[in-house]
Write a protein that binds this ligand. Structure first.
Ligand SMILES: NC(=O)c1ccc[n+]([C@@H]2O[C@H](COP(=O)([O-])OP(=O)(O)OC[C@H]3O[C@@H](n4cnc5c(N)ncnc54)[C@H](O)[C@@H]3O)[C@@H](O)[C@H]2O)c1
Ligand SMILES: N[C@H](CO)Cc1c[nH]c[nH+]1
Ligand SMILES: [Zn+2]
Length: 428
């Protein structure tokens, strides 16, 4: 990790920069795989599963027998934990239900919105370096609440062609039943174009590595909608003089362990805390099974000492982190100044792991600075707001002439006429 002490504003650009692969190569690989999937369907998906996931697949679909087996393979305590998390995620997302209120804009002119579920959605569950079964709950639970009728899930299998049982169990709990063994770009292509086995969907959800993120962005140009660019995980922690260094270090490492391209950022107002946290990170890192991966992510990461919390928040807003943890005395006051962040954690007990798994909020969030413009996955992500309107004779009297005048001014006579014939039909 690099340490910056009281950086000038012109150094911020360097601090907030994300790590990246060679994108020109990445996009060329992604385009090639996508074109092949579009043309050759299942056969191409299987070919890339062999190439990238080192597995020979005869069938892409997870069978009913595999679903049953998963339930028996899983420890009861883990099943109970999954059910607890699902209940909380369900409660948080069910509370987001939209009620479109009819508004009479003029007498006889009533307008309203109705939230309508997207019929076919595709969920991508990462599985390259860790089987992220919690992501199944995060993506499928709101899809179910919204009422999506077809929920398709793709995830990479292991080298024996099996999907992790916790992924399959979480899928059952959340109500997904069409699961396919496909990872990375080939999974995104299969859901975007459809193959003999995998149905084409209207919107693709889910996080993933840079290949997954690039594939989602490419297919979104002409085939399907996507939730957002949700790539390598990141967290920013703002810590003051009273922060618990052990907690802060644990939080930083919790995201560093996701992958070599993850990034963490510590912003602190205390030199003493900075040193304590640095020592704690080095100490805790040694005990992690994924320490090599976390250490690589730390190479892309930064510690920053700033003069006050105001500056800390300005830097965080410029960074626009996926997750922001405020371990400061007056976290409520500081929280008021958050502008750009995917999900915010307040106080020393709100660790990111709580939101990653079980508090109820969604962990599929915008990364790479996209929190400046995107929200994380929520119930609305699975719906469209269809607008409705109803006009009475009085409504025509109220707005008819204005519509005619505007249509005339735009030189669109057919538009004007659609109103004129109605005005003329009114009884005087
Ligand atoms: N932003 C979020 O909300 C969020 C949530 C959870 C996880 N994540 C991130 O998701 C990512 C998961 O990554 P992962 O790699 O473990 O799993 P993944 O499932 O995203 O990617 C694995 C797939 O990548 C493909 N791949 C690997 N190397 C390739 C290559 N050289 N060329 C083409 N394709 C290749 C393979 O097909 C493989 O199936 C991590 O970066 C993690 O930080 C983000
Ligand atoms: N932190 C990840 C989002 O960036 C989500 C996750 C899943 N499992 C553990 N963590
Ligand atoms: Zn995580």
């Amino acid at each position: 990790m690099r340490t910056y002490r009281y950086p000038q504003q012109n150094e911020w650009k360097e601090i907030i920069q994300r790590p990246h692969l060679d994108l020109s190569k990445l996009h060329a690989t992604v385009t090639g795989v996508l074109n092949d999937i579009k043309e050759h369907g299942d056969e191409a998906v299987k070919k890339y599963e062999a190439q990238f996931d080192h597995v020979t697949l005869h069938s892409l679909a997870v069978s009913a027998q595999e679903m049953d087996e998963a339930e028996h393979l899983l420890d009861d305590k883990l099943k109970a934990a999954i059910i607890l998390a699902h209940e909380n995620i369900h409660a948080f997302h069910a509370a987001q239900k939209f009620e479109g209120k009819p508004i009479e804009t003029r007498q006889g002119v009533t307008c309203w919105q109705k939230s309508v579920a997207i019929e076919k959605v595709g969920l991508y569950i990462p599985g390259g370096t860790a089987p992220l079964f919690s992501t199944v709950l995060m993506l499928a639970t709101p899809a179910k609440i919204a009422g999506c009728s077809e929920i398709v899930l793709c995830t990479p299998p292991n080298s024996e062609g099996k999907v992790n049982p916790a992924i399959l169990y979480a899928a059952q709990v959340a109500g997904v039943n069409r699961i396919f063994k496909a990872g990375g770009v080939q999974a995104i292509g299969a859901m975007a174009y459809g193959t003999e086995s995998v149905p084409k969907v209207y919107k693709i959800f889910g996080p993933g590595n840079q290949y997954v993120m690039a594939a989602k962005q490419q297919v979104s140009l002409d085939e399907v909608a996507i939730d957002m660019p949700a790539g390598p995980s990141e967290v920013c922690v703002i810590a003051d003089h009273q922060a618990n260094a052990t907690f802060v270090a644990a939080d930083l490492l919790s995201q560093a362990e996701h992958g070599i391209d993850s990034q963490v950022l510590l912003i602190t107002t205390s030199e003493e805390k900075l040193q304590e946290i640095q020592e704690e990170v080095n100490r805790q890192l040694q005990a992690l099974p994924r320490k090599e991966m976390a250490a690589k992510a730390l190479e892309n990461s930064n510690y920053v000492l700033v003069s006050d919390l105001d500056e800390a928040m300005k830097l965080s807003n410029a960074y626009a982190p996926e997750h922001l943890i405020l371990q400061v005395e007056d976290y409520e006051a500081l929280a008021e100044k958050v502008i750009n962040a995917g999900s915010v954690f307040l106080g020393k007990y709100a660790c990111e792991s709580a939101g990653d798994y079980a508090s109820g909020t969604n962990h599929t969030l915008p990364t790479h600075g996209y929190a400046t413009a995107y929200s994380g996955v929520n119930l609305d992500s699975y719906c469209r707001k269809v607008t409705f309107q109803h006009l009475t004779e009085q409504g025509i009297r109220e707005i008819g002439r204005a519509v005619e005048l505007m249509a005339e001014a735009e030189q669109l006579d057919a538009h004007r006429n659609a109103m004129t014939v109605r005005i003329k039909s009114l009884k005087a």
